[in-house]
Ligand binder design. Structure first.
Ligand code: SD4
Length: 352
């Protein structure tokens, strides 16, 4: 096992060997993203973040509001039928129900979220309406659906034949073991991972977290997911929990997470990243410390666990860190429309 894995103290890591193998262009993208930046910029988790960012850019590029940009951007993977970890066509829970989690937040602390909502293709839009049209922050399950229908959303079947087939396959063993999501094998390409058969090189879970700063310097974030495939009915992950899967503070910056949500919730992950940035850490350094906090609490579990954080400060500097190799994030601004960047990680070779 140790031969396959190379655990290095995070503080000693530079760009990982594998990241270098992915190409000096990518490493250059990482260095560029870490620089202060004036103007609009949007960043997202995973390779499906590239197309999501492009949609967000249709708003940001015209001088639009960061909040509109993130809501627009994350709707792309929510509607993508090839994406089985966000929105429609997401893998269901243990009992065959597709249940979605989403949150949205602006720079002033306004936020809204839905958890374990069913039958609604765009939970992020419902989350925004919770934020803007109710005195609440989070609606769950039946109540969230009721609210969505009252707001005019259409009820639809989110379980596609492909996802249903995958669920039936899973039922043969019915063993809940989140796989380590990694884009290593299929880095930078769309389509299914040759090892797992999952989209975009992912494992059985992946979330889009998107952070944007607009031309007027306003920050916003959005996070949306179908959560962990085959989860218990009623399970809620980190994505709709403000401070866990998403946090934005206009005075400091914004952060979002992907991976096993239970570990992120336990550590108030995204809030922690923002607080570390408040204390003067760079986005990358803050993400690394948040990852190390999780590892310190779970020393025996981390070889099987993936969590990744992505952060952007109010100066537009971007950074990320993950437990496992293979996390990537996409950056889009006026100079670069499709930059996909490998995150640094604690483990520098694939555990999967
Ligand atoms: C969750 N954090 O529901 C989400 C899933 C995810 O990579 O991001 N997986 O726990």
């Amino acid at each position: 096992m140790t031969g396959r894995r190379n655990f290095l103290k995070a503080s000693l890591l530079g760009v990982s060997a594998s990241a270098l193998a992915w190409g000096s262009k990518l490493a250059a993208n990482q260095a560029a993203a870490a620089q202060p930046f004036s103007g609009a910029r949007v960043v997202s988790t995973w390779d499906f973040g590239v197309t999501a960012n492009q949609a967000a850019w249709t708003v940001l590029g015209k001088g639009g509001h960061a909040l509109d940009a993130v809501e627009t951007g994350v709707q792309v993977p929510e509607s993508d039928l090839k994406n089985h970890s966000v929105g429609k066509a997401g893998y269901p829970d243990r009992d065959g129900h597709v249940t979605l989690d989403a949150s949205i937040m602006d720079a002033d602390g306004n936020c809204g979220a839905v958890a374990a909502i069913e039958h609604i293709e765009h939970p992020i839009c419902v989350a925004r309406m919770v934020m803007e049209r109710t005195p609440h922050v989070l609606l769950v399950g039946e109540g969230a659906l009721q609210f969505a229908l009252e707001q005019g959303f259409k009820k639809q079947e989110l379980l596609t034949p492909e996802s249903e087939k995958a669920w039936h396959e899973w039922l043969k063993t019915a063993r809940y073991k989140p796989s380590i999501n990694s884009e290593v094998q299929d880095y930078g390409r769309t389509g299914n991972n040759s090892k797992t058969g999952m989209p975009g090189g992912a494992g059985n879970h992946d979330t889009i977290g998107m952070l944007a700063i607009d031309a007027q310097g306003r920050l916003a974030g959005a996070c949306t997911t179908s959560g962990m495939a085959w989860k218990l009915r009623g399970r809620v992950g980190d994505s709709p929990i403000i401070g866990a899967g998403l946090y934005v503070d206009g005075e400091v910056g914004a952060a979002t997470s992907t991976g096993v949500g239970e570990e992120v919730i336990r550590n108030a992950g995204s809030f922690l990243v923002v607080e570390l940035m408040r204390q003067g850490r760079s986005p990358q350094d803050a993400c690394r410390e948040a990852v190390m906090r999780i590892i310190r609490r779970r020393p025996t579990m981390t070889k099987d666990l993936q969590v990744g954080f992505l952060a952007m400060n109010k100066h537009g500097q971007v950074g990320a860190w993950a437990i496992q190799h293979g996390f990537s994030y996409a950056v889009c601004d006026a100079k670069k429309q499709d930059g996909l960047i490998p995150s640094q990680s604690v483990y520098t070779t694939s555990n999967s």
